[in-house]
Design a protein around this ligand. Structure first.
Ligand SMILES: Nc1nc2c(ncn2[C@@H]2O[C@H](COP(=O)(O)OP(=O)(O)OP(=O)(O)O)[C@@H](O)[C@H]2O)c(=O)[nH]1
Length: 426
């Protein structure tokens, strides 16, 4: 397969993350997408039918497809991020199915951080809730470029246009305060199948796309940064065997831009320059590499490159900084405090960080900035200043989701306690 075909294949993939409050119908919706796009095997369908009957339902409970874990079935809730794959003739999909409970915001951040599209579900009877606003805020902070609000359970509000319009207006007004470049609001019934894969006969007033049509056609290829070359080095490869004694390659995943053989490059933080001699993909050589390809790069000169370094273009480098201004989503009950010390992981670099200041906490309902705060509690989002022990080779998150993000780790327990998105770097 040619490199271009390889890239096209990657582009034809849509990663989307689902979010919603408990019982808004996420699992049912995913089941419906799988069922109506014929991605479910007959035996699974029979098992779901049998379980539904044994529980006395007069319908097939589609959430049984996705609510895979036993404990979850017992409790009737989803407890972890589950990745699911399905395909239609138009596209391949990876769904990060993230749970709705407030304490699992961390899972949502994990699931959504690499998504092309965020799908927020609301129950038409309840409209927007604090939780759905929080999800929209997180998706916008994570710069998920496309957002769909699925107004579910339209069957329970008599497929009312008025109900839909009210939620649509409320949400679009809220979304204008967030930077969401592309927003679609789709009225559906996950249980009955309206506007999920097939167009609903019950909502003639709705002229927009069905959810599946939108997922199949939303344009994501141009969302990737093909201009600013960023290659965080993950490993230095130096085979021990005599046959390859002069081989030296730098393995990693392209985080931005296009890397071509012959390009003049700059290695950070050393500041040395060289040229790309070759790019290896598995066992063959290729001429150019794009995000998110994992490749090994060889340079013409014997410059000193280690894990955690960054290869970029000479006139287009990330900022090298130990003072980081970022939005943080705090994920554990013990709050983040000023002067706290944490471990930080940014691309392939690791170091320590001191919390210098917590500038404000963002109220996810009103988007008000509370500047009195001295702490960030569980699921709270705020603007924070950090000082790191090692310089980070970073970009604003708005420019690059890989070089603009980091995680904070509690040094004693090893638990990830926060996710950070870097603000403007100068
Ligand atoms: N009437 C109606 N009921 C629905 C619809 N979608 C889901 N439900 C029901 O709502 C309940 C909750 O649905 P789930 O799919 O389990 O909810 P969830 O959002 O996945 O909840 P989690 O466990 O947090 O993932 C179930 O009883 C569904 O059958 C819908 O479109 N119409």
């Amino acid at each position: 397969m040619s490199e271009t075909t390889e890239v096209m294949k990657q582009m034809d993939l849509l990663r989307f993350a689902t979010a919603g409050s408990v019982d808004d119908g996420k699992s049912t919706l995913i089941g419906r997408l799988l069922l109506d796009s014929k991605s479910i095997f007959e035996d699974q369908l029979e098992a779901v039918h049998a379980t539904s009957q044994s529980r006395g339902y007069d319908y097939d409970d589609l959430s049984l497809f996705t609510d895979g874990l036993r404990s979850e079935r017992e409790q009737g809730i989803t407890i972890d991020v589950a990745y699911r794959y399905f395909a239609t003739p138009a596209r391949k999909f990876i769904i990060a199915d993230t749970p709705g409970h407030v304490q699992y915001t961390r899972n949502m951040v994990t699931g959504a951080s690499t998504a092309d599209l965020g799908l927020v579900l609301v129950d038409a009877r309840n409209g927007m809730t604090e939780q759905s606003r929080r999800h929209a805020v997180i998706l916008s902070l994570l710069r998920v470029p496309h957002l769909v609000l699925a107004v579910n359970k339209m069957d329970l509000v008599d497929y009312s246009e008025e109900v839909y319009e009210k939620i649509h207006a409320e949400f679009t007004q809220f979304a204008t305060k967030l930077s969401i470049p592309d927003l679609e609001v789709i009225p559906i019934s996950a249980l009955k199948g309206d506007n999920v894969v097939t167009r609903s006969e019950h909502m003639p007033w709705y002229s927009g796309p069905t959810l599946m049509h939108h997922l199949e056609h939303v344009h994501v290829a141009s969302d990737r940064d093909m201009i600013d070359t960023r290659f965080p080095v993950q490993y230095v490869i130096r085979p021990k065997s005599d046959a390859h004694h002069d081989y030296r390659g730098y393995a990693g995943r392209v985080a931005g831009g296009v890397m071509k053989v012959g390009d003049e490059v700059l290695v950070l933080p050393s500041g040395m320059t060289s040229k790309i001699k070759g790019i290896d993909l598995f066992d063959k050589e290729i001429y150019e590499a794009y995000p998110p390809m994992s490749v090994t790069v060889r340079l013409e000169d014997d410059v000193d490159v280690s894990r955690g370094d960054m290869i970029c273009r000479v006139k287009n480098a990330p900022k090298v900084s130990q003072d980081i201004d970022a939005m943080i989503c705090w994920m554990v009950p013990d709050p983040m405090r000023i002067r706290q010390k944490l471990a930080i992981k940014h691309t392939t670099r690791a170091g320590r960080a001191l919390v210098k200041d917590i500038q404000y906490r963002l109220d996810v309902n009103t988007l008000h900035r509370d500047q009195e705060t001295k702490e960030l509690g569980l699921n709270e989002i705020g603007r924070v200043q950090l000082r790191t022990t090692v310089p980070l080779l970073c970009d604003p998150y708005s420019k690059n989701r890989t070089t603009g993000s980091f995680i904070l780790i509690d040094e004693a327990s090893g638990v990830t306690v926060g996710a950070g998105m870097i603000n403007a770097t100068d």
